[in-house]
Design a protein around this ligand. Structure first.
Ligand code: SF4
Length: 215
C-alpha cells in the first residue's frame, strides 16, 4: 500500500474536502436530527436534490415530533423530488417515532442504538457519528466502496467489509476527509460505469481492477 498517501494527497488537491457535499457541509454546524434526516433523504438521490428537499422539509418540520405529526401525503409531497418518496416518507415517520419513544427525541450518539432503528443502516449510522458527533469513523457509500477495490487496496463485496478493511489500512489522519474526497472523485471521474481513466489524476498508480470499459 505504499502509494496510498500519494494517491490521497493527489486526490485531496484536486477534490479538496472544502468542496463539500450537503451532508459534509452540515458537520460545520451539526444538528444531529437534520443530519440524520438529510442522510435518509440522500439515499439514491443527487446531492443538489438532497439539499433542496431537506430545506423544503425543515421549513415545515424540523423535529421528530413535527415529522411524526405531518400527514403522510403532505410529507410525500415535500420530499417527492428526492425519489423513492413513498418509502422514504415511511422511513422518516418510523425513525422519528422511534426517536420520540425510545431516545427522548434525541439522536443516539452510538452505533448500536442507531442500528437498532429500522431504516438506519451502517452508512447512515456512520454519517451521523462522523458528521453530527465528530467521531472518528468511516462512512462508506458506493464510491468509497468501489474505488478502493479498483485501486487494489482491498478486495471486498460489501461496503461493510470495505469499512472493516479500510479501518486497518487507512491511516487515521485521512479518515475525516476520506468520504468527501472519494465521493467527489467517484461522481466526476471514477464513475461506476465506464470511468474517465484518461482524465484521472491517479491513473499511473491504478491497476484498474475489474474495469472492463473506460473512457
Ligand atoms: S484510473 Fe480509472 S479506475 Fe483507476 S482510479 Fe482512475 S478513473 Fe478509477
Amino acid at each position: 500500500m505504499k502509494n496510498l498517501p500519494t494517491i490521497i494527497n493527489l486526490l485531496s488537491k484536486k477534490y479538496p474536502s472544502s468542496n463539500k457535499t450537503t451532508l459534509n457541509r452540515m458537520r460545520e454546524k451539526p444538528e444531529p436530527f437534520k443530519i440524520l434526516i438529510s442522510c435518509l433523504l440522500s439515499l439514491r438521490a443527487k446531492d443538489k436534490n438532497t439539499e433542496k428537499v431537506s430545506k423544503q422539509l425543515f421549513a415545515v418540520a424540523d423535529t421528530p415530533e413535527k415529522i411524526s405529526k405531518i400527514p403522510t401525503k403532505q410529507l410525500e409531497k415535500l420530499i417527492f423530488s428526492s425519489g423513492h418518496y413513498h418509502k422514504k416518507a415511511k422511513t422518516l415517520k418510523h425513525v422519528s417515532q422511534e426517536l420520540i419513544t425510545r431516545f427522548n427525541s434525541s439522536v443516539p450518539s452510538n452505533r448500536e442504538d442507531l442500528l437498532s432503528i429500522k431504516g438506519i443502516g451502517p452508512k447512515t449510522a456512520n454519517i451521523v457519528l462522523a458528521f453530527a458527533y465528530d467521531q472518528l469513523v468511516l462512512p462508506i457509500d458506493t464510491h468509497c466502496h468501489r474505488i478502493p477495490n479498483r485501486l487494489g487496496w482491498l478486495k471486498t463485496k460489501t461496503p461493510e467489509q470495505t469499512e472493516k478493511q479500510l479501518e486497518k489500512i487507512l491511516p487515521k489522519k485521512y479518515w475525516k476527509e476520506f468520504n468527501a474526497i472519494f465521493v467527489q472523485f467517484g461522481k466526476k471521474i471514477c464513475q461506476p460505469i465506464s470511468p474517465w481513466c484518461s482524465k484521472c489524476p491517479i491513473e499511473k498508480y491504478c491497476p484498474k481492477i475489474n474495469i472492463k470499459k473506460s473512457r
